[in-house]
Design a protein around this ligand. Structure first.
Ligand SMILES: [Zn+2]
Length: 152
C-alpha cells in the first residue's frame, strides 16, 4: 500500500513538475518493466490459449511483435501482472483499448477463460483469483474514471 501511495503521489507530482527535467520518467519505467515481465506470460498464453485475439477474434500471428499481451483491467490501475488479468490480443486492439475497460461481455468471457486456464499447469497463478475479485476490480476501475464499454 505504501509503494502504491508513493507511486500515485509521484505521478501526481510529475504532472506539476518542470516537464523538461523529468519528462514522464514513471511512464518510461512502467513501459520497461511491462515489456520485460510480459514475455513469460506471452509464452504461457500462446501455449494454452486459442490463437485468436481476445477482443476481435482475429487469428493471431506467431510473430511476437504483432501479438500483444493485454491487461484486461488496465495495468495503470492494477499495477501488477497477473495471469488471470492477461489475454492475447492483436496489436490493433491492444493499442486502441489502451487504458480503457472493455465492455462487460468481455468480463463474462474472462470468467470462462480463467475457468479454463486455471485447469492447466499454471493453476498456482490462480491461488488469489476469484470471479468476485476480478469483477470488483473492473467496477472500481470504472468508478475511478477509466473509460468504459470499449469494444473493437
Ligand atoms: Zn483484435
Amino acid at each position: 500500500v505504501t509503494h502504491l501511495t508513493n507511486y500515485h503521489l509521484a505521478k501526481f507530482l510529475e504532472k506539476h513538475n518542470d516537464k523538461n527535467k523529468l519528462d514522464d520518467v514513471l511512464l518510461k519505467v512502467e513501459n520497461i518493466s511491462k515489456c520485460e515481465s510480459l514475455h513469460a506470460f506471452y509464452n504461457i498464453l500462446w501455449k494454452y490459449e486459442t490463437k485468436e485475439c481476445f477482443y476481435c477474434g482475429k487469428r493471431l500471428s506467431d510473430k511476437r511483435i504483432a501479438t500483444h499481451v493485454d491487461h484486461f483491467i488496465p495495468w495503470s490501475y492494477i499495477q501488477s501482472d497477473n495471469m488471470w488479468n492477461l489475454v492475447l490480443s492483436c496489436q490493433s486492439c491492444n493499442t486502441k483499448k489502451s487504458n480503457k475497460l472493455a465492455k462487460s461481455v468481455y468480463l463474462e468471457k474472462m470468467f470462462v477463460r480463467n475457468d479454463n486456464l486455471k485447469l492447466t499447469a499454471v493453476h498456482n497463478d490462480f491461488n488469489y483469483y476469484s470471479e468476485r475479485k476480478l469483477e470488483a476490480l473492473y467496477e472500481y476501475a470504472g468508478m475511478n474514471g477509466y473509460v468504459e464499454n470499449w469494444s473493437p
